[in-house]
Design a protein around this ligand. Structure first.
Ligand code: DQA
Length: 147
């Protein structure tokens, strides 16, 4: 099973960026954890990070026929991007949305997620661990043959 893991804008600044909210571990630490967790449960994960909305849309479109599912932290685009939502709907793969912080308990503008309108599951507020949970959810969902 092949999973595309997408991290959106400013997540490459983990470790430096607002450590009180996002923690002190770096983006490199996160990527290493994701690869190790994927391997543990028999998933082949490809990692992608971008600060650019259109590049993320291109990457989602390119997942068609190449991946079995998508794990995505759209970061700030969560709350603004109809284009990312539409791209996810267009490819029709199982999607799990993940956020490091609890977006429901922060500023009002973070409470709405466009991606949640399509994602089969949303995990928020569990830090790095949320990615592990998201990978496991995708493995079970794809294994069960669900779209
Ligand atoms: C985030 C939450 C978003 O509101 C924010 O813009 C991010 C990161 C998270 O992982 O908690 O950049 O997606």
């Amino acid at each position: 099973m092949r999973i595309l893991v997408i991290n959106g804008p400013n997540l490459n600044m983990l470790g430096i960026r607002e450590p009180d909210i996002y923690g002190k571990r770096t983006f490199h630490d996160l990527e290493e954890s994701i690869l190790a967790w994927a391997e543990e449960i028999g998933l082949d994960a490809e990692l992608y990070q971008s600060n650019h909305e259109g590049d993320i849309v291109d990457r989602i479109q390119g997942a068609l026929g190449r991946f079995d599912g998508i794990l995505i932290n759209p970061a700030a685009y969560t709350h603004t991007s109809v284009a990312i939502l539409d791209a996810l709907k267009a490819v029709g793969l199982p999607v799990c949305e993940v956020h490091l912080s609890d977006i429901s308990g922060r500023e009002e503008f973070r409470r709405f997620s466009y991606v949640s309108l399509y994602a089969g599951k949303t995990i928020a507020g569990k830090g790095f661990e949320g990615y592990r949970e998201g990978l496991a959810w995708l493995r079970d969902r794809i294994g069960a043959g669900a779209p």
